[in-house]
Design a protein around this ligand. Structure first.
Ligand code: PLP
Length: 403
């Protein structure tokens, strides 16, 4: 008798680590070198976590072998509160900060605690697909609102407004955005928040790339613009602090939390259910958030991440029939392929064929809940020269599809 997976898993997927990743692992086991451009994992490309963060983990390791409080170490949660004060979110209580094993775990907890079966969550398309998957897994219905490629990938506010129903409970904002690299100015955020205000929606603001923005743009914390709305802000150590493997993130609840006591009790209970987050990584949060922010050296003019973003963008646009909106933040590019020139019907097959032939692993656009097979996502983490050579190889491979 076959043991079958639960029906709860139907419609749930995570293509960034999906079937194509299994082919990549098989190729590696056979001795091939695969360039992994599918996950935003800074370390393999030479981006090491800041020394003071590592030193703090090592220094506190002997004292980190016990459980912590379920919400997390007080010193770390205080550092998170202080960080949000600098961003203009000043009504945060340390009891309304939850530390987790990465933002991923906290996304799951926040949705588990909120959703009844059939509740709708407005999620961007394209999205970081965990938001869609976690909504479905928790009995909710992800309703995708469109981000407009012709408008710098900003959310289409009319589309958001048109998709609100009496079942809509929450809206997800990802800023800076994965996969598009869009950075939303305050005006755009205010328009979205106005819809949330009108319909009493909970706001989930995923700001894990809050310190990775180029072109002198600054980060606007959504919660700073909406002290009157229940807002859950997510961030962590994986990207700006290049410490993805430590699995460390935080969730900050702000706004009229006195109207959400029951929800907060639910979150607290779920935090206890997974006992606590990885304690050595919690120790690093205070060191990370205080003092010199080495990420700035990487994103400012002359910085490695910024140069890579520039060169990737130029190289992608140099491929005939490929166009890419310039990413303003994060560590990805999400180019469009002209399907009249390259008739691709199944973009998963396209990325699988690229993997098998070129040993390059990118992710198909439909893996980000994009509705047409005409995009892909590539991480901009390799050194600029490598990135340029990789993109030229993608261009040559694409040419074999040409009508
Ligand atoms: N949110 C976004 C937008 C991401 O891109 C990622 C990881 O790529 C995550 C959350 C998850 O991050 P973590 O490593 O903290 O679980």
């Amino acid at each position: 008798m076959q043991v079958k997976q639960s029906s709860k898993l139907s419609g749930v997927s995570y293509e960034i680590r999906g079937p194509v990743a299994e082919h990549a692992a098989r190729l590696e086991a056979e001795g091939h070198h695969v360039v992994k451009l599918n996950t935003g994992n800074p370390l393999p490309f030479g981006f090491e976590a800041p020394a003071e963060l590592l030193q703090d983990i090592v220094r506190t390791l002997p004292a980190s072998s016990g459980y912590s409080a379920s919400k997390g170490l007080l010193s770390a949660r205080r550092a998170v509160v202080q960080y949000y004060q600098t961003l203009g979110v000043d009504d945060v209580d340390v009891e309304e900060v939850f530390l987790g094993n990465g933002v991923s775990e906290l996304i799951m907890m926040a949705l588990t605690a909120l959703l009844e079966n059939g509740d709708e969550v407005l999620v961007p398309a394209p999205d970081f697909p965990l938001w869609t998957a976690a909504t479905t897994l928790n009995g909710g219905r992800p309703v995708h609102y469109v981000c407009d490629e012709s408008a710098d990938w900003f959310p289409d506010v009319d589309d958001i407004a048109a998709k609100v129903t009496d079942r809509t409970r929450a809206i997800v904002i990802i800023n800076p955005n994965n996969p598009t690299g869009a950075v939303y100015p305050p005006e755009v955020l205010r328009e979205i928040l106005e819809i949330a205000r009108r319909h009493n929606l909970v706001v989930f603001s995923d700001e894990i790339y809050d310190k990775i923005h180029y072109d002198e743009l600054t980060h606007t914390a959504t919660a700073a613009l909406a002290p009157d709305l229940l807002c859950l802000t997510f961030s962590g150590l994986s990207k700006a602090y290049r410490a993805a493997g430590f699995r460390s993130g935080w969730l900050v609840v702000s706004g009229p939390t006195h109207h959400a006591e029951n929800y907060l009790e639910g979150l607290t209970m779920l935090a206890g259910l997974r006992l606590c987050a990885n304690v050595p990584a919690q120790q690093a949060i205070q060191a990370a958030l205080g003092g010199h922010q080495s990420i700035n050296d990487l994103v400012l003019p002359g910085g490695r991440l910024r140069e890579q973003r520039d060169r990737a963008w130029e190289a992608l646009n140099a491929i005939p029939g490929v166009s890419c909106v310039k990413p303003k933040g994060a560590i990805y590019a999400f180019p469009r392929i002209d399907l009249d020139m390259y008739p691709i019907h199944d973009d998963e097959q396209f990325v699988l064929d690229l993997l098998l032939q070129e040993k390059l692993h990118i992710v198909q656009g439909t893996g980000f809940n994009w509705h047409r097979p005409d995009h892909f996502r590539i991480v901009t983490l390799p050194h600029a020269d490598d990135l340029e050579a990789i993109i030229e190889r993608i261009g040559r491979f694409l040419a074999t599809y040409r009508q």
